[in-house]
Design a protein around this ligand. Structure first.
Ligand code: 3SL
Length: 239
């Protein structure tokens, strides 16, 4: 049986780096980067290039790409898009290539590049994602992007949801995954209510972007499977 482990914060990533090439990694930034990437593909985006800095996204704008940048939860001034899934509408992104930089999510993607496969996970595509992971049968690392190297609730709850969905097919190898599964069981009856105490949800409230929370907590509504490969993200499954 393949195993599942969980990285609860990017600060712990170095512990897993050596074993990466035989494993699947799921990068998790529920609020909001990995959710936004799923929505963009569901609405017809062609490709998403995760980049480190706003300047890198701006450089791609010169080549006809949409430039998207978020820092501290806000759209960086002068960019076409920020990181709200509600802004990645069909009218805005269909057929487009997007260069995206966010505070934590795009960094976690780039950190994972040595893995066998790097998948983009969100509640919206959880079914498509878990179907793929079951088929592949490789060891799995659930990588929570967190917030500036710190643990966060929403990514951990999602890691627990994935581990629960795969529990019949995978062996849980570490206590981080067990803790994530326990947290998911506690949060699952009402994810929105449970996550009201999360630090990033409070950040949303101060930025008046709370409506994004509902969008990010929709479960298995999108049949997309974004994969980060050779430095860029493409959808392996059509919506
Ligand atoms: O951390 C990230 O990558 C972002 O998802 C943060 S935010 O939700 O856009 O504030």
């Amino acid at each position: 049986m393949p195993g599942i482990e969980t990285i609860l914060s990017p600060a712990l990533f170095h512990l897993y780096e050596e074993e990466l090439e035989q494993k699947n990694v799921v990068v998790i930034d529920i609020l909001r980067a990995t959710t936004t990437i799923c929505v963009a593909f569901a609405n017809g985006a062609r490709e998403i290039l995760p980049v480190a800095k706003p300047e890198d996204a701006a450089a791609m704008q010169q080549l006809g790409w949409i430039a998207a940048a978020e820092r501290h939860g806000e759209t960086v001034e002068g960019f076409d898009l920020g990181n709200s899934p509600q802004d990645y509408t069909e009218a805005r992104v269909s057929g487009q290539k997007i260069a995206l930089t966010t505070t934590n999510g795009t960094r976690a993607l780039q950190m994972s590049s040595a893995a066998k496969h790097v998948w983009v996970g969100s509640f919206l595509n959880i079914k498509a994602l878990c179907d793929q992971l079951r088929e592949d049968n490789s060891d799995l690392l659930l990588f929570c992007a967190g917030w500036k190297d710190k643990f966060n609730l929403e990514d951990t709850v999602f890691a627990g949801a994935v581990a629960e969905m795969l529990a019949d097919k995978f062996t849980v190898l570490d206590d981080a995954t067990l803790a994530a599964m326990d947290l998911y069981k506690k949060a699952q009856p009402d994810l929105n209510t449970y996550l009201q105490k999360a630090s990033h949800v409070n950040r949303f409230k101060s930025l008046h972007i709370e409506t994004d929370l509902d969008v990010c907590l929709k479960i298995a509504t999108l049949n997309v499977l974004p994969e980060f490969k050779n430095g860029t993200i493409q959808n392996r499954q059509h919506a």
